[in-house]
Design a binder for this molecule. Structure first.
Ligand code: ARG
Ligand code: ZN
Length: 843
């Protein structure tokens, strides 16, 4: 059933203390809970506790058998007027829990995932984030390592007790038991307290922890220096598990990670893996303040912790590596994934107003657009006010389950600004469009900005929003005559003027991508080439090249044009500009994807043809390889990294550039350079780049076999082997290759990483996924139905692959609609899947 934000009511009881005892057993774990409740004024003698898939053994209130009724989603208990103790014993079966929610087993170890609503599968409890309590946990098991939240309190043979003094909601509860070993570390906080750090893994993975430990220490230091936030327990534990629905989880003092998001070594992880691991470790650590100390009142406020924490981890990565490169990377992802979501049937506001299954709302909109909203707020109020507001937020709301209203209020109180219009960013779905026109007259330059909004599901009428537009002006000789300033567009249309300009300037608009909008401006090739060469804003410098590439491709697709010679020449010049970062130049070589171009064509009212777009992209890649061949060959040679592999931004940037060059060079040399690189590689970045280049020219047979043979015992590396083949093969072979790989003995479909590798690869192969015969649609649907019965959460997430279906021609639409209906008609389909597919089918 549907839950609405407007229906929020506080819980009528305070939880003063929680004591849990776990007697672990694979199929019959016993959980005894002893919980202290106190009624508030709204209590009426009946208390509802959530509970799902629990076998209730006994329930008592103050030592007497409790009077209760089982109701949908839990039980109703008759309770006294005053404070009381609830004691219950339930039985659960972790080893048959394939949904990976609550307590489950992964590769022989016990672990938990409680966000958002998994704790109710562990015991009866008010499983809602606004109910916070201190927890004491006793674990009984013959597993050698027994962990829970907080600080270790006592332990003995076959048992351990943990106490977490910080009141927390149940979604932050965690328990781990297994045959684990630890990579230990230590951190002294800014007030001089020693914290013991551990990354717990299976013995075979002990050599993959060092980087993660360094990243954790860098995160702890950064949060002290930049946000003034200190860690608040004696220990901080991280555990790596192989079967995990998401990336990682910020459980208080006991973060649990998908092993792919924490384990790293030069031999098995790429530069991109290292950067992502560092970011996720930071993200989960930063949640200790933005999420745990200050949590969310209800799940509609999810962006309060996620948007802010993503914004924090993005800033951290920028500080550790390069702000320019990080910003460009983030915008590429935002447009590819969030703009896509915002344009389709799954569009929803950053703060949704209703849901059936909250797990379906851990989206790029809540996370990434949520982070953009924080960035805009910071840009509007300035760095100093942002810092003040954050300090006030931590002071005022420490220990609270807070709301977006609370968050905005601290900014209003600090700055005196009225943020009611700004708040539309939280409630209006869809990506705003920003239209720019300009004129120059007698020394005065005028910029006219206009905003427009397309309708979204359940939102037809939209109001104008506050859009911060960072602008700089350059003179035709390349000097910056007006440095960056932030124009605040609040009306539908406004004109801003700049005086005293000797000639018409070249504008650089939406610098640093200052707002998540689609920018429409009439820009000549000449202006773009000029900005690509001269803009002082690295984002817009890159964006100018991107727009040249995009329009070149659109012209090839729509008008059968030849590749734009101006673009090829400008690209060649930019690649040769040794004053720019190699990582930046690598990004210039990343063309818009088939899906990016489809989004563009659809938003102008056209019907994208994935095959035609694929062909145009391939033709342009060939043209770049030929036109820039000498440059690419020379960059490939001069930017090779020698010496031992280090996962840092500087050498990683060089590898990114040489490997982007390699992929193009391979179009001309039949793969000779790539084969040589593959054979010589001593790290996964070089190995995988060479393998990818060979797959893309259909010449990787030997290397794919060799790769599988060498890495067959490493699950994370084999995930790469599965995904590369479905992602990079020729489109017409994609469904066939995916189907064959599902029959491979190592295709363990219940492991979310493996499922996502194979099918995520297929989905990302846009022309292959959208093969006109519908073979990939049908294959994916068969597997989604199969997975849904075991793991609804991951199945529902992957189903969003269909969210662009209304863009396509009648033939494709008919086949996809048939698949969506087939899912909906499947008996026993999960509410997760029913909600996602239902929303998509309605479009
Ligand atoms: N809070 C976690 C994070 O962003 C995500 C966990 C979400 N899990 C889920 N099943 N919805 O770091
Ligand atoms: Zn998070």
């Amino acid at each position: 059933q549907t839950i609405y934000l407007k229906d929020y009511k506080p819980f009528a009881y305070v939880v003063e203390d929680v004591h849990l005892t776990f007697a672990l057993h694979p199929t019959a774990t016993r959980v005894v809970s002893r919980i202290q409740f106190a009624p508030t004024e709204t209590a009426d003698g009946v208390m509802f506790l959530h509970g799902e898939d629990l076998t209730l053994i006994s329930a008592a209130i103050d030592g007497e058998p409790a009077s209760y009724r089982k109701v949908s989603g839990g039980i109703e208990v008759d309770v006294p007027d005053g404070p009381f103790t609830w004691q219950a014993e339930v039985e659960i079966s972790p080893s048959t829990n394939t949904a990976l929610e609550g307590l489950y087993m992964s590769s022989g170890m016990y672990c938990t995932q409680c966000e958002a609503e998994g704790f109710r599968k562990i015991t009866y409890y008010p499983d809602r984030p606004d109910v916070m309590a201190p927890f004491t946990v006793r674990i009984e098991s013959d597993m050698p390592v027994l962990l829970s939240n907080g600080n270790p309190q006592a332990s003995g043979d076959g048992w351990a007790e943990w106490h977490d003094p910080w009141p927390k909601p149940a979604y932050l509860f965690a328990l781990v038991a297994g045959e684990l070993v630890n990579h230990a570390g230590q951190f002294t906080t800014m007030s001089g307290k020693d914290v013991e750090l551990n990354i717990w893994v299976r013995p075979a993975d002990i050599n993959k922890c060092e980087f993660g430990m360094g990243a954790l220490i860098r995160s702890m230091k950064w949060d002290e220096e930049v946000y003034g936030r200190e860690y608040d327990l004696d220990v901080f534990n991280i555990v790596a598990v192989d079967d995990f629905n998401m990336g990682a989880m910020e459980n208080k003092g006991l973060n649990i990670f998908n092993s792919s998001c924490v384990l790293a070594s030069p031999e098995t992880s790429t530069d991109a893996n290292f950067e992502r691991i560092e970011a996720i470790i930071a993200h989960e650590y930063f949640h200790n303040w933005t999420g745990n100390r200050i949590t969310c009142r209800d799940w509609f406020q999810l962006c309060l912790k996620e948007g802010l924490t993503v914004f924090r981890d993005q800033t951290f990565t920028g500080d550790m590596r390069s702000h320019a490169v990080k910003r460009i990377d983030d915008v590429i992802t935002l447009r590819a994934r969030q703009f896509r979501e915002d344009q389709g049937p799954l569009a929803h506001p950053v703060r949704p107003e209703s849901f059936v299954e909250i797990n379906n709302f851990y989206t790029v909109t809540v996370y990434e657009k949520g982070a953009e909203v924080i960035g805009m707020l910071k840009r509007l109020v300035g760095d100093a006010a942002y810092k003040k507001a954050l300090n006030l937020y931590f002071d005022r709301h420490d220990g609270d389950a807070a709301t977006i209203e609370d968050w905005l209020k601290v900014f209003e109180d600090v700055t005196g600004r009225d943020l009611s219009q700004f708040k539309l960013w939280y409630s209006q779905a869809g990506t705003p469009h920003l239209h720019v026109t300009d004129s120059y007259d007698n020394g005065t330059y005028s910029l006219t900005l206009r905003q427009s909004h397309k309708p979204s599901p359940n939102q037809t009428d939209k109001q104008p929003m506050v859009i911060p537009v960072a602008v700089g002006l350059l003179s035709p000789n390349g000097d910056e005559v007006v440095p960056t300033q932030v124009l605040e567009l609040t009306e539908v249309e406004q004109t801003f003027t700049f005086d005293g300009l000797a000639s018409k300037p070249i504008p650089s608009i939406l610098r640093d991508f200052s707002a998540p909008v689609v920018l429409h401006q009439d820009q000549s090739d000449a202006d773009r080439e000029f900005l690509l060469a001269n803009d002082t804003d690295p984002f817009n410098k890159w964006e100018s090249g991107r727009m040249l590439a995009r329009d070149t491709l659109l012209d090839m697709i729509e008008n059968d044009a030849a590749p734009n010679a101006n673009y090829l020449a400008a690209l060649d010049r930019a690649l040769n500009d040794e004053t720019t970062d190699p990582a930046f130049r690598a990004l210039l070589l990343a063309l818009p994807t088939i899906d990016d171009l489809s989004q563009e064509i659809a938003s102008k009212g056209g019907t994208p043809d994935p095959t035609a777009i694929y062909d145009a992209r391939r033709a342009l890649r060939g043209a770049i390889a030929r036109h820039c061949g000498d440059t690419l060959t020379s960059l490939y040679k001069t930017h090779q990294v020698t010496g031992a592999y280090v996962p840092d931004a500087e050498t990683g940037g060089k590898r990114a550039l040489t490997n982007a060059a390699l992929s193009l060079i391979s179009l001309l040399d039949n793969g000779d350079t790539a084969r040589t690189q593959y054979a010589a590689a001593d790290n996964m970045t070089q190995e995988l780049a060479a393998l990818s280049a060979l797959i893309q020219i259909g010449a990787a047979e030997t290397e794919l076999a060799d790769f599988a043979d060498r890495w067959k015992d490493d699950r994370l590396v084999m995930d790469k082997w599965f995904s590369l083949q479905t992602a990079l093969c020729e489109p017409q072979d994609a469904a066939k290759i995916a189907d064959t790989l599902t029959k491979h003995p190592d295709f363990d479909w219940k492991n979310p990483n493996r499922f996502r590798s194979l099918f995520g690869g297929l989905i990302s192969n846009t022309a292959g996924f959208h093969a006109a015969d519908g073979s990939a649609y049908i294959l994916l649907t068969d597997w989604l139905i199969k997975l849904d019965a075991a793991n609804p959460q991951t199945a529902a997430r992957v189903s969003s692959a269909f969210d662009t279906w209304t863009r396509y021609d009648e033939g494709r639409k008919l086949i996809i609609k048939t698949q969506l209906d087939r899912i909906l008609a499947t008996e026993g389909i999960s509410p997760d899947m029913a909600e996602m597919v239902g929303r998509m089918a309605k479009a």
